[in-house]
Design a protein. Structure first.
Length: 259
């Protein structure tokens, strides 16, 4: 029996635990999972009992490995890509604008949509072996929205984002903890306790100060966004993208033509 792809929610005291559960695909996000995440975040924002939210992937080997690739097979033109990127922004907006502190616990990897989700959280901890990236220049040949790239640049810096997107590099946890993107790294069996300890540190502080700080930062980023729909449409409408998706699903390396 195939496991259902789902996002699980559990509330323990004042801490919400959100789990990405699609282990068979290393927790790759389906459309339904993105919709579940959006609904959960909207509900959390309305619940005064919740003071901190912790996000983690099921299975112990991956946070989120990206988005479900099969959905791209139905794309016929560049506007499908524009709508898709707008939808991703819409799904992630409630997470990025949660009025409470959030923690991403990464054991394994945070790739593509997983990197975006982790970056929407306020603090990130990982095991020592974790890796982070968006290797779409090697795999699919698609692109990210202006909102997504702006958020990554704000948290990682433009040079690391270029390495991730132009060179398709996966960046190690060791480098990202030195850079400040990761709050800390731990042994895998220590992650649950360390996440709980960090949550406890956050719950005793002024919640309105935390809310104001988070939302001011989110609005600053949002107000600086340019319109890049032309570039998104060109990328998703390209033969390279169609070939990238087909090659990925066949398990073969793509051949890029620049068309």
């Amino acid at each position: 029996m195939t496991q259902a792809a789902q996002v699980l929610f559990e509330l323990k005291g004042s801490v919400a635990y959100i789990t990405f559960d699609h282990v068979i695909a290393r927790n790759a996000m389906t459309v339904g999972m993105y919709q579940n995440l959006k609904t959960i975040c909207i509900d959390i924002a309305k619940n005064p009992q919740v003071r901190v939210a912790i996000f983690r992937g099921a299975g112990g080997k991956s946070f989120v490995s990206g988005s479900d690739i099969a959905q791209f097979s139905s794309f016929t033109n560049g506007q499908d890509g524009v709508r898709y990127e707008e939808a991703i922004d819409d799904y992630l907006a409630p997470l990025a604008s949660l009025p409470i502190p959030t923690i991403a616990v990464v054991d394994g990897m945070a790739v593509g949509g997983g990197l975006a989700i982790a970056s929407c959280c306020d603090f990130r901890i990982s095991n020592h072996e974790a890796k982070f990236g968006v290797p779409i220049a090697k795999t699919l040949g698609n692109c990210l929205s202006a909102s997504n790239i702006a958020w990554l640049v704000a948290h990682l810096g433009i040079n690391l984002v270029k390495r991730m997107l132009l060179l398709a590099e996966m960046i190690s946890a060791k480098e990202l903890v030195q850079q400040g993107y990761l709050f800390a790294t731990y042994e895998t069996d220590e992650l649950s306790k360390e996440a709980q300890d960090l949550a406890e540190r956050l719950t005793v502080l002024a919640p309105i100060t935390q809310k104001s700080t988070k939302l001011v930062l989110a609005r600053l980023l949002k107000n600086q966004l340019p319109d890049c729909q032309d570039l998104i449409a060109e990328t998703y409408g390209s033969n390279d993208f169609k070939n990238g998706v087909a090659s990925f699903l066949r398990g073969e390396p793509p051949v890029w033509t620049g068309k």
